[in-house]
Design a protein around this ligand. Sequence first.
Ligand code: ASP
Length: 313
Amino acid sequence: MSQPFSIAIHGGAGTILRENMSEDLKQSILADLEKSVQAGHHILANGGTAVDAVVAAVKVMEDSPNFNAGHGAVLTHKEMVEMDASVMDGSNSNAGAIAGVRHIKNPVELARDVMLHSDHVFLMGEGAEEFAFQHDYAFTEQDYFFTDRRYEQLLAMKKQGHVALSEAKYPDDRKHGTVGAVALDQHGNLAAATSTGGITNKKFGRIGDSPIIGAGTVAENNNVAVSCTGMGEFFIRKMVAGDVAARMKYLKEDVATACETIIQGDLKTIGGEGGLIAIDAQGKIHFAMNSSGMYRAAIDCDGQLSVKIYSDE
Ligand code: ASP
């Protein structure tokens, strides 16, 4: 009998309300989520690694304008994109991350390549891009990332002088559309990946939790893999991904208890909205959120597919 394997993905948590969601957009998002989780699952089913699976799943969402990563990344105060991503391999505690890249089509691949082909874990800005071009990445013009929808969101935010969206022009205006994936492969290895454009109207080189190992992303074999989404400042302060891993490892909590304790407890106490996806060493998947929704999908160890949006589903 083959070893269990499973995968879960998210396309961001936040204020997502049924009354603001058009049927067309909903169908488009659900289709992307399914395509993403299937891409990762296909790799796992063929005996591929958890790292390859999470990168492939995240890449599908980076290529869609529906999520705040890659193509659909939100705009900074200076009207450009600055993207962050990270990957962690639970089999050897190897990790790669990049922050503030502007011309890389798939930041998650660059994070993986920092992990595999550099002596470092975390590269930023121009240096990260220099590394990318030395590894034959194409230079992607900012135009590729510039969508009308993100521009309108930025203008609304600038008018209000905020960095967190508060005007419901689009159904997911108050959603943090970061993307992420966690997987257990047939070899018993866990991996996690997260990719984001950060938050609309960000300034001063602001970086959130997504590229920070232990805050937005973590993977540890025989324990858990986690990818987070939400207002990064709170996730950094509560070391959310790392805390899930620590609770499971030292307190022997199960995956659901560890995730809920943090998302509904510690994180909420300091005002942090968002959620996470987690997968344990047996392939058990848990989704946790304290927001009204989180775009998410999974294929569990029995091959059961689920694709969901709202917290009450
Ligand atoms: N966590 C991301 C950040 O703060 C945002 C998100 O989840 O959408 O950069």
